[in-house]
Write a protein that binds this ligand. Structure first.
Ligand SMILES: [Zn+2]
Length: 396
């Protein structure tokens, strides 16, 4: 919600007036921030939108404010032209601030790239303190967004949909982001845990959809422009429900330089395929490179890569994992009931590479069980379990 600065206003005053944490208002108005706000300039107030109501018989600005639990000055701020009017006429429109206290996005649906991009835009509008950027483009040119929330020292990265038919992970991550933002701005708890104090302790980084071309292929089928190639990669079939790879038939989670040669040797596909083909060399695919560059740039303290298959979480790689990984894995197991497994006979994955290169905790978390894509009927149960992991990554 945008407001126009009046004489004497400050961001601190707005945080009191609207009961929104000051640091979130500050972060939402980083550009041109100075000690004294210029009168007439525009300030973004997170977690609010404006609605217009018409003046009814018996209304005053005081009664409108009182009935909506608002300070009357918030109405003066939004309606400066009405401040000194002795009697406001019936039917005159009044701008009223409305606090956002429920979810803006709905995750329990076939969650494609376009849905995610629209939802991110919606979140950015209401919560302008989140930082979003495009970190690169997929093979088909889709912009891959990265979202950052918080100002803390501890830097946690979470990603989803490395594998195309595991797109439910994107919906789970986006739902968590929305719940987190509600909890931060309303100072409410998530499963008994107040998120607000974490805003200055943790910086959360999200890439909700690493493989947008693959996700949309699974959800919407192939566009005429590349249909021939993907059908050929898919063994002549137009059923893409088993597709895990990127659009060129490379498995993005087999692309990392952590014993890639071993993986290359033993993986069955020796050419582009709907799953498991590691490519001609490590890091040939733009989506995999983008994720490598992001980790190198951001220097994460921990990464969580969300996949779907088997209700397990993998936390080790060739003994490179730090000692704290075990305690983290145990806690994740406790809160999610997913089985913590140290080693799995696999190489060249994103978390393998991260652990090997940075010697920091990295996890592959396999949500749910059954045939991918997992049915949406599992969404609620998966969300309850993953929420435990999201929260544990912050409080441990
Ligand atoms: Zn996977």
């Amino acid at each position: 919600m945008l407001v126009q600065v009046r004489k004497g206003d400050s961001l601190w005053y707005y945080s009191q007036l609207f009961s929104v944490p000051l640091e979130m208002i500050e972060d939402a108005n980083k550009e041109g921030k100075c000690e004294h706000l210029p009168v007439g300039s525009t300030v973004k107030i997170p977690a609010y939108r404006k609605v217009t109501v018409d003046f009814q018989p018996g209304d005053t600005l005081w009664t409108i404010a009182a009935s909506r639990k608002l300070h009357v000055d918030s109405l003066y701020l939004l309606n400066p032209h009405l401040q000194n009017v002795p009697q406001i006429e019936i039917g005159v429109p009044v701008q009223v601030p409305v606090r956002i206290e429920s979810k803006l996005i709905y995750g329990k649906k076939k969650y494609c790239y376009e849905t995610m991009m629209k939802d991110i835009k919606r979140l950015e509008e209401i919560y302008p303190f989140i930082k979003t950027e495009i970190i690169g483009h997929s093979v088909l040119g889709r912009a891959i967004p990265h979202i950052k929330i918080g100002n803390g020292q501890k830097h946690i990265h979470i990603n989803g949909s490395f594998h195309a038919n595991e797109w439910i992970t994107t919906a789970i991550i986006m739902t968590f982001i929305n719940d987190l933002l509600l909890s931060l701005t309303n100072k409410t708890s998530l499963r008994g845990l107040y998120m607000y104090p974490f805003y200055n302790e943790v910086t959360l980084s999200f890439v909700p959809m690493v493989n947008p071309d693959g996700v949309d292929l699974v959800l919407h089928g192939a566009d005429a422009s590349y249909k021939k190639q993907v059908v050929a990669i898919n063994g002549g079939s137009e059923d893409f429900t088993g597709w895990k790879a990127n659009i060129r038939g490379v498995d993005l989670n087999n692309q990392y330089p952590a014993n890639w040669d071993i993986e290359k040797e033993r993986k069955i596909p020796k050419a582009p395929a709907f799953r498991d083909y590691p490519g001609n060399a490590p890091l040939t695919e733009p989506e995999a490179i983008i994720m490598e560059e992001l980790a190198n740039r951001e220097q994460f303290d921990m990464v969580l890569a969300f996949h779907t298959q088997g209700e397990e979480l993998y936390w080790g790689y060739e003994g490179c994992e730090p000692t704290e990984s075990e305690a983290l894995a145990k806690e994740f197991e406790l809160v999610s009931s997913y089985k913590a497994v140290r080693y799995v006979d696999s190489h060249a994955g994103y978390k393998d590479w991260f652990i090997q290169k940075y010697k920091k905790p990295g996890f592959t978390i396999e949500l749910g069980k059954g045939v991918n894509p997992l049915p949406l009927s599992q969404f609620d149960e998966i969300y309850v379990k993953s929420l435990g992991i999201f929260l544990a990554s912050m409080y441990i």
